[in-house]
Design a protein around this ligand. Sequence first.
Ligand code: RTP
Ligand code: MG
Length: 136
Amino acid sequence: MSDRTLVLLKPDAVERKLVGEVVSRFEAKNLDIVAMELRQLDADTLARHYEEHVGKGFYDDLVAFMSRGPVVAMVVEGPEDTWEVVRKMMGATNPRTAEPGTIRGDLGILFTENLVHGSDSLASAEREIGIFFPNL
Ligand code: RTP
Ligand code: MG
């Protein structure tokens, strides 16, 4: 059974021209990209996407960062547990402590500017795909 998750290549990844590098890693892992679009996010979309973080101390900085330029929104598909496979490839939230070999561990340094988002559960994946690609 195939299984999908939402990935966002954050504005820092686009600015630093790391889109190809990150997409290559997902392709090398033999995951399928079933949707992909460059998109400027607005405050409403971010409030839906990051609903569990609305009102937290870091939320305004997160929104400012996530809307400072376009993101690449993607739906990635694999055979099973795709959200978990992608999160493993992304590494820990803080790039400074993310393991080498992971996207964040290899390519990032700053906490907020951690290059990539991946859904954190199957339920989150379904919810987030519905926000970004409601017609899938
Ligand atoms: P994401 O949702 O972006 O994939 O990241 P994540 O699951 O690894 O981390 P999450 O806890 O969902 O946090 C979302 C983003 O908010 C920023 N953050 N800052 N200052 C802080 O304490 C703090 N905590 C989280 C990070 O940029 C994180 O990616
Ligand atoms: Mg998260």
